[in-house]
Design a binder for this molecule. Structure first.
Ligand code: ATP
Length: 370
């Protein structure tokens, strides 16, 4: 039996969460207040005058393609990076002038797992607990509490170096929660993890949310953002291009774009994307090559009246329709409409491979322990 198989499953929650089913309502005072936050690296502006608030007890999703500025924003909010301009307060304290107070109120699950392979899970937590100024008894109690909830208690005395990446990430999350932070930052918490651990961690985030923890979640996975977030900020090129609940963002898109046409085409090699866009002025058209060699096309249109001209345009470029259907607008379509691009997840068999910018295709193996 492998270690992964023996990890106790986390309590399962519906894949489609019943938001705040226990009556908890996000709101109240803001735990994070950001005004004009900016970060330049030389002349390159990675985060460009970003302003937003995160309310106490809400899950705030930061959604954007690779390089959009999500991690840079998180690093400024968690005092790891000094802003070039603007201000940010977390838990009521300024991230530059009161960095120590901010640090004691936050937990961070960063892109890299922060654990020592040569220590056991419990030894890692003891080390980080002490660094946070916690007393040994408090560390002991918190270790048992969080490792139990994360399905890792039976592994507490095993070396982290022997764990799978998913097991390491569970301990890594326990590390971030050990001192009971007011605000938890999760930077791509499921990146590169197996589906079982991904599901378990998403369920765990929902539990934390239902218990009233304020959570900032960055992701380039639409489903993750939509499933977990009370509100979503869509960030592109360092700027927030939309900020609202996932439902409101989709509703707003549906007011102008009722019909989303998805097609699989058998197309001649060449400039299908350019020619289709030219043939369909005024419509948002996204074209992606799939791993199996077909072409996946998405068209955002005001109504189903657009289907006939779209079919004609496909014929005119010499392509054949293998499959065509219409779907309800998703958060992904909101992003496509706002930015002209789709966010792509990791490439899987048959999944679209971008024809344009390399959205969201970071190697699954990029998450490593130390
Ligand atoms: N230390 C740095 N020096 C120079 N450029 C940087 C530095 N850190 C980040 N950048 C650049 O700033 C931009 C934003 O990076 P950031 O990591 O915040 O993006 P992201 O939205 O988190 O993307 P990803 O999903 O790939 O992590 C990128 O173009 C990146 O190359």
């Amino acid at each position: 039996m492998t270690q992964r198989e023996r990890v106790a499953p986390l309590p399962q929650i519906n894949a489609e969460p019943d938001r705040r089913s226990d009556g908890h309502v996000a709101g109240g005072p803001a735990d994070i207040v950001v005004e004009g936050l900016t970060k330049q690296f030389g002349s390159f502006v990675a985060v460009d005058h970003v302003s937003f608030e995160v309310r106490r007890g809400e899950v705030f999703g930061f959604l954007g393609p690779n390089g959009a500025g999500k991690s840079t924003t998180i690093r400024m909010l968690t005092t790891l990076l000094r802003p070039t301009a603007g201000t940010a307060r977390v838990g009521g304290w300024d991230v530059v002038h009161d960095a120590g107070r901010v640090r004691s109120r936050i937990g961070l699950v960063a892109e890299r797992i922060i654990l020592y392979d040569r220590l056991s899970a419990a030894e890692n937590l003891r080390l980080f607990g002490r660094l946070n100024g916690m007393a040994d008894e408090a560390i002991r109690a918190a270790t048992t509490r969080w490792l139990t909830r994360l399905g890792m208690i039976e592994w507490e005395d095993k070396l982290v170096g022997t764990f799978s990446t998913g097991m390491k990430q569970r301990v890594n999350i326990a590390r971030a929660l050990l001192h009971q932070p007011q605000v938890l930052f999760l930077d791509e918490p499921t990146l590169g993890l197996d589906p079982q651990t991904t599901r378990a961690i998403r369920s765990f985030i929902q539990e934390l949310r239902d218990e009233g923890m304020t959570i900032v979640l960055t992701t380039h996975q639409m489903a993750e953002a939509e499933m977990l977030s009370d509100r979503v900020a869509i960030i592109d090129h360092g700027r927030i291009v939309a900020l609202d609940t996932p439902e409101a963002l989709k509703r707003r898109l549906a007011e102008t774009h009722q019909t989303v046409i998805e097609m699989t085409l058998d197309a001649p090699s060449g400039e299908v994307e350019t020619r289709l866009k030219e043939a369909l002025p005024g419509l948002t058209v996204d074209v992606a090559l799939t791993a199996s060699g077909t072409v996946h096309v998405k068209v955002l249109a005001p109504s189903s009246d657009a289907i006939a001209p779209v079919v004609q345009a496909v014929a005119a470029v010499g392509a054949h329709i293998v499959q065509l259907h219409t779907v309800e607008p998703t958060l992904e379509d909101v992003f496509l409409h706002l930015t002209g691009h789709q966010i792509r997840d990791e490439v899987s068999a048959g999944a679209p491979v971008t024809a344009g910018r390399a959205w969201g295709r970071r190697a699954a193996a990029s998450r490593t322990g130390r």
